[in-house]
Design a protein around this ligand. Structure first.
Ligand code: URA
Length: 419
């Protein structure tokens, strides 16, 4: 077998065998296959696609290229949740303690964010002393003891995907639904999940710009999951507007805490949390009736069990819970700016991509991997899409550690808000 024959076969729209796919993934990961040859094959896949059988093999081989987390010691069914990315996305921080309080075992490894705003781990790291880098033994012990742990991804998961993703990025081959599907699913399989719940986002603030592509991606991942024996379900989320009221790391933690306490619940965020949670509970074998599962989640917000689980997790990972109990303790920024509505009307759009870039420039996200994040900066909205606002009413507060000119605030308002 050699790589030239494999490239030729895919170029000529033929199906690759399991051995050929394994040969490629292994050879490319260890450097025996050159970038230019891998580029040719990836471009041929981009153009000619792959069958579900080929894609599943590619996914499994990418997962097997590095560490595979063994969560079997925890016992029971481990259901993982994955989002293809959003703006103001604090879903995991609310959802996972909530389903954990209902018996779902949560062993969550998340990556740090790159571009736009911070990832879940960056948000959790804004809680003083919260340790996202505990050992794997501690991680597993936490799930055994308190049913939840959320940490940063430290192991070498799916290195073949890392290499292939960088290559795809350099040859304009990122926007391929089959390649995105196998890339995401390889990391989920490597992270030890038995079953997977996906949130596939679409719109201005998402990878997929329209709902049809998002659905195709979701269905492709479900098919890979089925063939790889990892039951997978999905929901589709509109990411034209931010999710919830805040964008920015500690602001999102505060919103998540208020949500868990039942004090402030964005309608859109509630919908996403309940849909994903109902599926997680079902996949974990703890209730087949999705509507009933949603009711149980709302009950655990009312009776404080979801909030208490979050506190328990923060305490267990050394976080200072006095900040959670008294949200005023979180450090705030040197400057705040209010944005007021310039008319009466219904808010039609708060453009997620524009807001994300603005907040990233304030310091909430990373442009390069090494960049430091400013936890306190961001934006807090007082209304969401669909709400009515009056002329002169406060729409949002911007938290910044740099001085912002009147002009830049006006530009931001004009380019992000449609009333
Ligand atoms: N996210 C991934 O993990 N992989 C892709 O290919 C695209 C988005």
């Amino acid at each position: 077998m050699n790589i030239l024959e494999i490239i030729e076969k895919k170029r000529d729209k033929k199906e690759l065998s399991d051995e050929e796919i394994r040969y490629f993934v292994k050879g490319y990961t260890c450097g025996e296959i050159a970038d230019y040859q891998a580029s040719a094959l990836i471009m041929a896949i981009f153009i000619n696609g792959m069958t579900d059988k080929e894609l599943t093999m590619l996914t499994i081989e990418m997962a097997n290229s590095g560490d595979i987390l063994d969560l079997s010691k925890i016992g029971g069914i481990i259901v993982d949740k994955h989002s293809t990315g959003g703006v103001g996305d604090k879903v995991s921080i609310i959802l996972l303690p909530l389903v954990s309080s209902l018996g779902v075992k949560v062993a969550k490894m998340s990556g740090r964010g790159l571009g736009f705003t911070g990832g879940t781990v960056d948000k959790l790291a804004s809680i003083p002393n919260f340790n996202t880098e505990i050992t794997e033994e501690e991680f597993i012990k936490n799930v055994q003891d308190i049913n939840i742990s959320m940490i940063s991804q430290t192991r070498n998961l799916a290195p073949a995907d890392k290499k292939m993703y960088a290559l795809r990025d350099s040859i304009s081959c990122v926007e391929s639904i089959p390649l995105i599907a196998s890339s995401i699913m390889s990391k989920k399989i490597a992270s030890g999940a038995d079953k997977i719940v996906l949130e596939v986002t679409y719109g201005r603030g998402a990878f997929m710009k329209n709902i049809d592509d998002a659905k195709e991606l979701a269905e492709q991942m479900v098919r890979i999951g089925k063939l790889a024996d990892k039951e997978t379900t999905f929901i589709l989320t509109d990411m034209n507007n931010p999710l919830g009221y805040t964008v920015g790391n500690s602001l999102e933690i505060k919103e998540a805490v208020r949500f868990l306490r039942g004090e402030c619940i964005s309608k859109r965020l509630e919908h996403v949390v309940l849909e994903l949670g109902a599926s997680m509970i079902k996949l974990a074998g703890l209730g087949d009736d999705l509507e009933e599962n949603k009711k149980k989640m709302m009950e655990n917000i009312k009776n404080g069990k979801g909030y208490n689980k979050f506190i328990q997790m923060v305490k267990r990972q050394n976080g200072d819970i006095s900040y959670i109990e008294n949200l005023e303790k979180f450090e705030t920024t040197k400057f705040t700016y209010n944005l007021t509505s310039n008319r009466d009307g219904i808010i039609k759009q708060l453009k997620a991509d524009v807001i994300a870039k603005f907040v990233c420039e304030l310091g909430a996200g990373r442009i390069k991997k090494e960049d430091k994040i400013d936890s306190a900066v961001g934006i807090e909205f007082y209304k969401e899409v669909g709400d009515y606002i009056k002329l002169g009413e406060n729409l949002a507060t911007i938290y910044s550690n740099t001085v912002l000119s009147k002009n830049s605030l006006l530009n931001f308002y004009d380019s992000s808000v449609i009333i």
